[in-house]
Design a protein. Structure first.
Length: 233
């Protein structure tokens, strides 16, 4: 019997993934300003029932772990606010749609920048073009910081359970691990995190909001090509 799909954060070590969760390469396609406008699927890594993903950012076999965390004395203490999204988000009401925003989840993906930003578009959502773009931007937010709502219901992209290895050519860096489709994430102490449709996990090792991504990969210029990319199908 296959083990249940889940991600377990190991103490000062990698993410242990079980249950045959698909691992894919996802590229944030930029506009002329370098801000992402769409996601492009970049291939799938070979299927494995269980694997370990680097969390320290130093593996020579990224995105997989090669044990480098032990050599560098990686400290991966989980420091993020573990409250549910509903307990830490703020709500912006618009004429046609609403927006909830948990700013501490921001992974600096920048899909929200176009046309003055998602927040301004929500305020103008009685304009169909502004409304549709606001929904698009919110749904492209990989961390789930932004969620668009209509008639009291969240508008969410339909994801199968999977993990995306993000590349951000607009910023010239490699990004976080994008967990989609409600894959459960479990703390090193066995405590489950809230299961969500969209979550971004740090893979550069520099986030101050571990295990979640806080955009530190951009400042750190975490951009070395994945050694494992040759195996992407």
């Amino acid at each position: 019997m296959n083990e249940k799909k889940r991600i377990v954060i190991t103490r000062n070590g990698p993410y242990r993934v079980t249950g045959g969760v698909p691992l894919l390469r996802e590229v944030a396609e930029p506009d002329e300003k370098g801000d992402p406008v769409a996601w492009k699927h970049g291939g799938e890594y070979p299927r494995r029932e269980e694997y370990r993903l680097c969390r320290c950012g130093r593996s020579g076999d990224r995105p997989y772990c090669d044990g480098s965390h032990e050599n560098i004395g990686f400290e991966g203490e989980e420091t993020c606010d573990r409250r549910d999204y509903a307990d830490k988000c703020r709500k912006l009401e618009g004429p046609e749609i609403d927006l909830t925003d948990a700013s501490e989840l921001c992974s600096q993906a920048r899909f929200c920048h176009r046309e003055g930003g998602t927040w301004r578009l929500v305020r103008r959502s009685d304009d169909p073009e502004a409304r549709d773009l606001a929904i698009e931007q919110a749904c492209n937010c990989p961390s789930g910081r932004l969620v668009a709502w209509r008639s009291g219901e969240p508008i969410e992209p339909d994801f199968e359970p999977s993990i995306g290895v993000v590349e951000d050519p607009g910023a010239g860096v490699s990004g976080p691990l994008w967990v989609r489709g409600g894959v459960p994430i479990e703390s090193e102490d066995g405590t489950p995190y809230e299961t969500r449709n969209r979550v971004t996990l740090c893979r550069c090792g520099r986030s101050e909001n571990k295990p979640l991504c806080d955009g530190s990969h951009i400042k750190a210029r975490f951009g070395a090509p994945d050694e494992s990319e040759a195996e992407v199908e």
